[in-house]
Design a protein around this ligand. Sequence first.
Ligand code: NI
Ligand code: MN
Length: 230
Amino acid sequence: MAVKITWHGHATFSLDIEGVRLVVDPFLHPHNPAATVTAEQLAADFILVTHGHIDHIADVLPLARHTGAAVISNVEIAHWLKKQGLPSTHGMNLGGGHTFSFGRLRLTIAHHSSELPDGSYGGSPVGFLINCNDGHDLYIAGDTALTYDMKLIGDAGGVDLAILPIGDYYTMGPQEAAVAAQWVKAKQVIPCHYNTFPMIQVDAAAFARRLQQEAEIDCTLLAPGELTAL
Ligand code: NI
Ligand code: MN
């Protein structure tokens, strides 16, 4: 059990990769109506930020300040966070990879938009492809439409776990996410970015059944605060 994954509701996850702690898109209590924990209650060595929208970045500053975690994002968001006084940021860009203490991470294309809370330009939204030190390959799609570029991930061998938005309205809905899961050749899917707000209510259980029946892909539905392991 070398990779542990905890969902905090919406698009916020804690990952523990052989003891290195990552938090993805921190949007926590009380900002995130689904979250059961505050930024002060989470540990992190790294914080991953897919884009600048408030439902992904609201708790980056308090979490980074109390943990000292390095933030990994795109160059525009890294610059913006530096201006807010964060000392440790990695401003990467689409297609670029880097080897960190938890494994190799690459920024993938996400078709979405990005504006920071003060109206600053947030650069291109991203997803993350992580080749974990223990051998597991993870894909965190970020907020995105279904995009044909996802086939590149499948062509390169696929992933053990894909974390995909299914809420519709702002991102892919369940129908497109089921296609995405097959295009990236995921062995397992954890859906996110659903049921947080009225506009993104979906039947996640139906999505899970459909993935299993149509594509024989396992789908794990977590409750906020719940943990699973690869
Ligand atoms: Ni967004
Ligand atoms: Mn979002």
